[in-house]
Design a protein around this ligand. Structure first.
Ligand code: 5GP
Ligand code: ZN
Length: 117
């Protein structure tokens, strides 16, 4: 998929107006449109990568981790705990093929990693 057709490219570059909980030069964070948990935030690199293994630079991976740290503290879930998920490919349940990390928290999550969290 080309960047011009990509939903998260459009959100990250401001083409689709979205409230960002966090933004720096490399990443943005915004609420999932269909939250599965009381806090459900997506951390998304501004540049297009198909998934976590698409030659993502180390500084972008570090920026993602930093955004998770900032967002979880702002949401008050840094102490209670949360789950980070990056679905990859069809079997992984990836529906938007632009790397993103789900940050899920605000309630006790089920122990399994499958449907419904
Ligand atoms: P995936 O299924 O690829 O792991 O996750 C894609 C996520 O993007 C889903 O949780 C879905 O609810 C979310 N999503 C899809 N379209 C939009 C949108 O237009 N805005 C926002 N904020 N989230 C979206
Ligand atoms: Zn993209």
């Amino acid at each position: 998929m080309s960047d011009s057709d990509c939903l998260f490219c459009k959100i990250a570059n401001g083409e689709i107006p979205t409230d960002f909980l966090y933004e720096d030069d490399l990443v943005v964070a915004f609420r999932d449109i269909n939250p599965l948990t009381p806090t459900h935030v997506l951390v998304v690199p501004k540049k297009h990568y198909d998934n976590i293994c698409d030659n993502v630079p180390a500084e972008t991976l570090a920026a993602i981790a930093h955004a998770v740290d900032v967002v979880t503290k702002a949401e008050g879930i840094d102490k209670t705990g949360y789950r980070c998920v990056t679905n990859t490919g069809d079997d992984g349940g990836q529906s938007v093929h632009h790397l993103h990390v789900h940050v899920l928290g605000g309630r006790k999550l089920r122990g399994d990693m499958g449907e419904g969290m």
